[in-house]
Design a protein around this ligand. Structure first.
Ligand SMILES: [Fe+2]
Length: 258
């Protein structure tokens, strides 16, 4: 991702950011040795490609999400942090996983369905719902050698009435990666690495703003203490038994394009 920031904004924000950092360094009398350790840590974060993760666990991503999308009274579905695990253009498919060794007989098949509408309530037939999540064990496909590449990832095209549905498995809580520099940081500051179970969604449609969000499930032990602080009450959706599987309804309302 390469983003250009306009130089007027830089001139406005950077001096304030530096003044805030300098004030903290002065207040705590941070030593040369400590500052070199900070720089070495940040270098390592960059080498490990963990800056998004660092932004997440320091709750900076949640703050930026709130500054960007907060205070919206339009009735649109609440946005949430994208996180570092999205991969572009997963296959179009309504069952987003293949069986793998890590699935146990106690794990639940889950159907997620809903309707994509505008904030005015009109169906959005050309919406694409792009989803990614962890499996019931082993986390994301990229962390788990047992899973085929791209497992628990897929895109679903909404029907002409805006409805969509996909088949997955109920995810479980997981820990963010702890073996890299961000894991060392979490341990050092005494912050646990757990996230509540969730499914990520990115919903795109012509004429509408892209929505990036997450769905959570009631009763999860980490709903109140997500390590990245990304749980929003409006995004916690009940899961109901339905025959031999579970079902969860998640209706989505998109803002009109700016
Ligand atoms: Fe996630």
């Amino acid at each position: 991702m390469s983003v250009q920031v306009d130089s007027e904004r830089l001139a406005e924000v950077v001096p304030d950011a530096l003044a805030a950092i300098h004030e903290v360094l002065e207040r705590h009398r941070v030593t040369e040795q400590e500052w070199h350790a900070v720089l070495a840590f940040l270098t390592e974060v960059g080498r490990a490609d963990e800056f998004v993760l660092l932004s997440d666990v320091t709750r900076t991503s949640v703050l930026i999400d709130a500054l960007t999308h907060g205070g919206d009274e339009s009735g649109a579905t609440a946005s949430d942090v994208e996180g570092p695990m999205y991969t572009t253009e997963p296959p179009f498919r309504t069952k987003i996983y293949e069986e793998y060794e890590g699935i146990s007989p106690d794990d639940d098949v889950l159907f997620v369905r809903g309707t994509v509408t505008s904030t005015a309530g009109d169906p959005v037939p050309e919406a694409v719902v792009d989803v990614w999540q962890t499996g019931p064990s082993g986390g994301y496909d990229v962390w788990d050698e047992r899973q085929p590449e791209g497992n628990f990832r897929g895109r679903i095209r909404a029907e002409t009435d805006g409805s969509y549905e996909f088949e997955t498995m109920l995810p479980k809580p997981y820990t963010v990666p702890t073996e890299g520099p961000v894991g060392r940081y979490l341990e050092a500051v005494g912050q646990h690495p757990w996230r509540p179970a969730h499914i990520h969604l990115k919903v795109t449609a012509p004429g509408h703003q892209t929505l990036i969000t997450q769905v959570f499930f009631p009763g999860d032990p980490y709903l109140d203490n997500d390590t990245i602080g990304a749980v929003k009450a409006a995004l916690v959706r009940p899961v109901e038994p339905e025959g031999d599987h579970l079902a969860c309804r998640f209706d989505i309302a998109l803002r009109p394009a700016a």
